[in-house]
Design a protein around this ligand. Structure first.
Ligand code: AHM
Ligand code: MG
Length: 354
């Protein structure tokens, strides 16, 4: 007999009660993300045949990165889906320099949630038909309801997240998310546009045999990372490990969660604090990672405990199977001078603003 899968819509509603203080707002917010995902998925799958959607826009985003047309399309789609349905009071995106406040329409109540989003992660892969993703992170605002959002609503440590997730636009499209009660994955049936629960209660294996890092940057890596890589490549016990790097965080993470592995984007002279952004890449992936029994750190300390200082702040990122991340940390802690002092960073950033 064929299996009967629960749909994402049913799952959101069925689990709404699990959520403390739930008023249905978070469910509506997740439903809006689900809708935007389907629209972006449709464009990603057109694969350059229609509407000239592939290629560069000819502009750079706030972080000096070339914007792809798909980056812009995905960004606009998520912002529209979230603002028009009034399911958030503010949005911050990789593609926008400043956060976007959402104003309540007449006689309507403004949601208490903010969303931080990387609308199309790994988009340099899009032109060559390799998997890309979306990453999102959801917080309750910290400023009073009914007032305009401020930067403080966005600069919250990851341990305050109420939900986070990613979408992987791969051979099949999957939406994976957590509200702090484990991680569940849903696969899109494109013929009818419905996500079905295909991967309930996803877990990282405690150990793994895959390491994912852009080894082209080797000369720039801190000594602790170089030493750990040597360890991964040694022939002993279950080593050498396999090296797999797609260059799309969502896909590398997804594979490592299913098979067991570690993803590392360290600091280095090219990127003094690493490349990945704390608020809309590392924190949401860190939340998912921990909820799936894995570990996410900057090589020295828990990612979700870092006090953020800027919207587009970058941090080194080590995440994956717990025992692998522990081992990598063992190598890192031999070099305490490479540890980042986030309190000091915050102080410097506040001084600059004065
Ligand atoms: P993006 O958000 O601009 O796409 O950058 C993030 C991506 C990650 O998905 C990926 O793991 C990493 O950048 C790859 O960077 P690199 O090409 O330096 O290895
Ligand atoms: Mg990204």
């Amino acid at each position: 007999m064929a299996k009967t899968y629960q749909t994402l819509g049913e799952f959101i509603i069925d689990n709404q009660e699990d959520f403390q203080y739930s008023t249905g707002e978070l469910s509506r917010l997740l439903s809006s993300i689900r809708l935007a995902t389907k629209i972006v998925n449709q464009q990603v799958n057109k694969n350059g045949l229609v509407d000239d959607i592939l290629g560069d826009v000819g502009e750079e985003n706030v972080q000096g990165e070339t914007q792809k047309k798909l980056d812009v399309f995905a960004n606009e789609t998520f912002i529209k889906a979230l603002t028009q349905r009034e399911v958030v009071c503010g949005i911050a995106s990789e593609e926008n320099e400043f956060f976007i406040p959402v104003e309540a329409k007449a006689n309507s109540h403004l949601s208490k949630y903010v969303v931080l989003i990387d609308p199309l992660d790994g988009s340099s892969n899009a032109d060559v038909n390799v998997t890309v993703g979306t990453i999102f992170s959801i917080y309750r605002r910290v400023t009073p309801d009914g007032t305009p959002v401020t930067i403080e609503d966005f600069l919250q440590p990851g341990n305050k997240q109420v939900a986070a997730g990613y979408v992987v636009y791969g051979l099949s499209t999957m939406l994976v998310y957590t509200t702090g009660k484990g991680v569940n994955g849903f696969t899109l049936d494109p013929s009818i546009g419905i996500f079905y629960l295909s991967h309930p209660d996803m877990k990282f294996p405690k150990d793994g045999g895959i390491y994912s890092i852009n080894e082209g940057n080797y000369v720039h890596f801190p000594q602790g990372v170089k030493d750990y890589l040597k360890y991964c490549q040694q022939s002993e016990g279950d080593r050498p490990y396999t090296s797999r790097y797609i260059g799309s965080l969502v896909s590398d993470f997804h594979r490592n969660m299913l098979k067991g592995g570690i993803y590392i984007y360290p600091s280095g002279t090219n990127h003094p604090y690493g490349k990945l952004r704390l608020l809309y890449e590392c924190n949401p992936m860190g939340f998912l990672c921990e909820q799936a029994g894995g570990k996410a750190t900057d090589g020295y300390q828990r990612i979700m405990d870092i006090e953020p200082s800027e919207l587009h702040q970058r941090v080194p990122f080590f995440c994956g199977s717990e025992n692998m991340v522990n081992k990598a940390e063992e190598f890192m802690t031999k070099y305490p001078e490479d540890r980042i002092d986030y309190k000091e960073l915050k102080k410097i950033s506040l001084e600059k603003k004065e």
